[in-house]
Design a binder for this molecule. Structure first.
Ligand SMILES: Nc1nc2c(ncn2[C@@H]2O[C@H](COP(=O)(O)OP(=O)(O)OP(=O)(O)O)[C@@H](O)[C@H]2O)c(=O)[nH]1
Ligand SMILES: [Mg+2]
Ligand SMILES: [Zn+2]
Length: 219
């Protein structure tokens, strides 16, 4: 009996659509980033703050991936940024074909930057290329500083790491060691840019905004 490697087949089908997205983004010359993290580390909060703070400089469009509900898309639309919702109906990651359809619905010509919020999951979204220019991983202080070594895949692939919720470090209620998380992430990925931020109070966000502006310019 012939053995079929289903995982390989799904991934190569995905790669075809990822390539379409690469072509689409290249034609329109738009930067696209794929934001990945565990549930609740602060992706949507980082996005709403980023969109609001950069409003006069960078026009952001969002593709929101969620297993169910449009809660996050609602939060984004309150900022007035264009947002396209993808419900994966149970799937734990976004696939390139879903993103391809969403990209065509966004007013791409009016944007400077497209950010995809992937389904909250630190593991398999990193295996699915969406045709993006770079992956951004978010790790919140409450999750523990051992996550880069425990879940190395995404930290090895990401262009940038946002260590979020650093406001929670004050008062000594958490034992998250930024130095350890940073060192381990750099050991996996020597080029990764690391930003320690609080999406709640805005601390550290300016360095992230500068990096976004530089990345758009460098495209
Ligand atoms: N203290 C603190 N809380 C934060 C910060 N950023 C986000 N939160 C809170 O963390 C919770 C989860 O934030 P979300 O932005 O919904 O996280 P998410 O990664 O988008 O979650 P999913 O989409 O469900 O994966 C919310 O209650 C936020 O208010 C931060 O910097 N500091
Ligand atoms: Mg979210
Ligand atoms: Zn998955």
């Amino acid at each position: 009996m012939k053995k079929v490697d289903i995982a390989k087949k799904i991934l190569s089908e995905n790669d075809k659509h990822a390539f379409e997205n690469v072509m689409f983004l290249g034609q329109h010359k738009k930067l696209c980033l794929n934001m990945i993290s565990s549930p609740g580390s602060g992706k949507t909060t980082i996005l709403t703050r980023t969109i609001t703070d950069l409003k006069s400089k960078i026009r952001v469009g969002v593709i929101e991936g969620d297993i169910q509900t449009d809660i996050d898309a609602e939060r984004i639309s309150r900022t007035k940024a264009p947002v396209i919702q993808i419900n994966t109906n149970g799937a734990c990651h976004l696939s390139a074909v879903q993103v391809s359809a969403a990209l065509k619905k966004l007013p791409v010509q009016d944007l400077d930057l497209i950010i995809i919020e992937n389904v909250g999951n630190l593991v398999c979204p990193s295996d699915f290329d969406l045709g993006e220019h770079g992956k951004i991983v978010v790790l919140s202080a409450a999750e523990g500083d051992d996550k880069p070594i425990k879940y190395p895949g995404i930290f090895a692939k990401a262009k940038a790491l946002l260590i979020n919720k650093i406001d929670l470090l004050e008062g000594g209620l958490l034992d998250f060691d930024i130095e350890r998380a940073t060192t381990d992430a750099r050991r996996l990925n020597k080029d990764i840019k690391i930003f320690s931020v609080s999406a709640r109070n805005g601390e550290g966000m300016n360095a992230w905004y500068d990096w976004l502006a530089e990345s758009i310019k460098a495209l």
